[in-house]
Design a protein around this ligand. Structure first.
Ligand code: CTP
Length: 418
């Protein structure tokens, strides 16, 4: 698992994070998460239920967190001045509850405190990221579903439902815990944005990554976009409750960041155009983060060209790819609210203001692509958010996820009340 530092503004650096682990086989993935958190400068303490103790080594967790690991046997000690569950509950700034088993979910939802982890959860006021994991049939059982449903209404809780896949019990279905890379992203989101689901029930379409235009099967024109900004925007919206469709070109992001999104791969501008036309009327908002390649060969070839033939075909010229953002805007009203993006070098703001006026979208986020550490592929971004009535909001350099949350807040504010 890659653990990229997010720079000086890492939302988890220096934070006190309590990791609660309960009895599901997905517990074996938690040492990686604990190690990543410690490397990013978080202070981590782990609490295990008795079932989790049998699945994952408390010694490994203590070593990776650089802290002793807390077990049920520690709860009642005559040497402790205050109850341990209260100490831990008040110490925590954030809680990661992963995996959340059917039993621990039931205890929590019904207010039972009959283990160290269960009583700590009842006693804490810290926001909790809760990632469920269990066998498919258990997950689909009426009692578990009712408990999960009830958890959605808890204050300060970000529930992360299980994904579909092959489970350790050899079943194919829903029940896998969110992958560690997604747990880290969701924790970043909890730390930088919070747990409120202001996009609940909203439908958002996001485009991300580059498009490619092919001259022949071996050669294409494209751009350095990795899709990171668009994918983070899509996942941030999903964590805020949105139903998100993602149209994406070739991506260079953690595959786990796509969990929970309805994804459709596209390659060329024409494919993106076709997908947008099919889907635009079914959503309330569109974020056009895709870096659409502007030109396509006038005469693309099905067979690979040799070098001489290539020269001739390059000279045959190029066509403009239609401006898809402008096409979306022209088809309104009625229609979705649209956030556009603009990548510029040099003096960004005047170019962005001209583009905003030309394209006619509701919001435009413009970012420089010639500054070290931000823009294409970087963990951070910066720029200006242009909005209705000539509003210009400077966005200081910060992790892309934080930028994504700022853009989502501006976009949701334009939607009619849900
Ligand atoms: N865009 C689009 N269709 C295109 C080109 C761009 O929909 N053929 C969208 C992008 O998804 C982005 C916005 O338009 O939301 C601006 O893209 P950008 O590459 O910055 O600008 P261009 O429109 O290509 O204009 P220029 O290259 O002249 O800056």
């Amino acid at each position: 698992m890659r653990t990229e530092p997010l720079g000086p503004q890492d939302p988890l650096a220096g934070r006190r994070i309590l990791v609660g682990i309960s009895g599901s086989i997905a517990a074996v993935k938690l040492p990686l998460v604990v190690s990543a958190l410690a490397k990013r400068g978080a202070e981590v303490r782990c609490v295990l239920t008795p079932s989790a103790e049998r699945l994952v080594s408390p010694v490994a967790l203590a070593s990776l967190s650089r802290q002793r690991c807390w077990l049920d046997a520690d709860q009642w000690s005559h040497t402790a001045a205050r109850p341990l569950h209260v100490e831990l509950a008040e110490w925590a700034e954030l809680v990661l509850l992963a995996p959340l088993s059917a039993t621990s979910l039931g205890r929590w939802v019904h207010g039972l405190g009959d283990s160290l982890l269960a009583s700590t959860l009842l006693a804490t006021e810290a926001p909790v990221l809760a990632a469920a994991a269990m066998n498919t049939t258990m997950w689909a059982s009426p009692g578990v579903l009712a408990n999960w449903q009830q958890l959605q209404g808890f204050e300060r809780v970000l529930p992360l439902g299980p994904a579909e896949g092959l489970l350790a019990c050899d079943r194919q279905g829903t029940g896998r815990m969110a992958e560690p890379e997604l747990l880290l992203l969701a924790l970043d989101s909890l730390a930088s944005w919070g747990w409120r689901r202001d996009w609940q029930g909203r439908r958002l379409l996001v485009t991300a990554g580059p498009t490619r235009e092919w001259l022949d099967p071996a050669r294409c024109i494209s751009n350095p976009s990795t899709g990171r900004m668009g994918v983070l925007l899509a996942q941030a919206a999903r964590l805020r409750g949105a139903e998100v469709q993602l149209l994406h070109g070739p991506l260079q992001v953690e595959p786990a960041w796509l969990e929970g999104l309805s994804c459709q791969r596209i390659d060329t501008g024409a494919e993106l155009q076709q997908q947008l036309r099919q889907r635009q009327s079914g959503v309330e908002a569109i974020a056009m983060a895709a870096a659409v390649a502007d030109h396509r060969p006038a005469d693309p070839q099905a067979d690979k060209l040799d070098k001489q033939a290539l020269e001739a075909h390059l000279a045959a010229g190029w066509q403009m790819v239609p401006d898809l953002l402008q096409e979306l805007v022209q088809q309104r009203p009625p229609g979705p609210r649209i956030l556009g993006f603009a990548a510029h070098s040099g003096d960004v703001l005047p170019q962005a203001q001209a583009k905003f006026a030309r394209k006619g979208c509701d919001l435009l986020f413009a970012n420089p692509i010639d500054q070290a550490g931000t823009g294409f592929g970087a963990a951070s971004n910066q720029g200006w958010l242009l909005g209705p009535g000539g509003a210009v909001e400077p966005i200081a350099p910060q992790p892309k996820l934080a930028v994504a949350h700022r853009l989502l807040s501006a976009l949701v504010a334009l939607l009619p009340p849900g």
